[in-house]
Design a protein around this ligand. Structure first.
Ligand code: PGA
Length: 269
């Protein structure tokens, strides 16, 4: 095993109801079984369904004895009470979630949340014993000004600066440039690596090598089975947060296999 186990995480967004989700998991189970997927030495796999599908996904994964993790796409920062429509971290933890996406660019755009909300969400996820996947990344406007790295690192810093070392070491960061999401135009391997390296350097400066060495940094934005291998060449890229390609079990399983092989080739695992 390398220092950091790569993660292949599927962000289903608002897709796949609980019946469709069951069909997905059954197909994925067959594919991983057929590929003799070795959970101990391969990339970790996680699925982030909509809230309504989490329970059926989790039950089926257990029934099929699949060591695939489950996560959520958002969470309330508040622990409970009169907050119609919200879901608490504890509810997600009780459903067996391991991960929660915080600050995805679609949420930042459609449900504006300021950094204070994101800080509280990260804390709520950590306090419930789960791991936050904090999404950061520039839009074309910052990229055209040449300030994309400062911008992405600044987003990380704004949300994580007050965490303890123990808390910071349980974070995952997803570098997802907004211009690369959903459009079929992925970042180049060099762009993904440069951003991941800058984010890791930030953790090194702020927390030291022990924390910087364990924080997993994912790339997200139009990842598919054609570009996964080259994107994994960056030494600081620890896997992917995948949208569109994660809705197709065959493609998703293929990417998990590619990430496993690429990590072995890269890190000599
Ligand atoms: P995409 O989405 O893979 O469809 O670009 C990634 C994401 O938004 O997490």
């Amino acid at each position: 095993m390398s220092r950091r186990t790569p993660l292949v995480a599927g962000n289903w967004k608002m897709n796949l109801d609980h019946v469709e989700a069951a069909g997905f998991v059954q197909r994925l189970s067959w594919l991983l079984h057929d590929a003799r997927y070795d959970y101990d030495s391969s990339a970790e796999i996680a699925i982030m369904p909509p809230y309504t599908s989490i329970r059926s996904v989790q039950v089926l994964l257990q029934a099929e004895r699949m060591r695939v993790k489950v996560g959520a796409q958002n969470v309330s920062a508040i622990s409970g009470g009169a907050f119609t429509g919200d879901i608490s971290a504890r509810m997600l933890q009780r459903l067996g979630c391991s991960y929660v996406i915080v600050g995805h660019s679609e949420r930042r755009k459609y449900h504006p949340e300021d950094d204070v909300d994101l800080v509280d969400k990260v804390r709520a996820v950590l306090a419930a014993g789960m791991q936050p996947i904090l999404c950061v990344g520039e839009s074309l406007s910052e990229r055209s000004q040449g300030i994309e790295l400062e911008y992405a690192v600044g987003q990380v810093s704004d949300v994580t600066r007050d965490l303890s070392d123990a808390e910071a070491s349980r974070l995952l960061i997803a570098y997802e440039p907004v211009w690369a999401i959903g459009g079929g135009m992925s970042a180049t391997p060099k762009t993904a690596q440069n951003a991941a390296a800058a984010i890791r350097q930030h953790f090194r400066d702020r927390y030291g090598e022990a924390v910087a060495g364990v924080v997993r940094i994912l790339y997200g934005g139009s990842v598919n089975s054609n570009n996964a291998e080259s994107l994994m060449q960056g030494a600081d890229v620890d896997g992917f947060l995948i949208g569109g390609a994660a809705l197709k079990p065959d493609e998703f399983a293929k990417i998990a296999g590619i990430v496993t092989l690429a990590a072995v080739a890269r890190d000599g695992r």
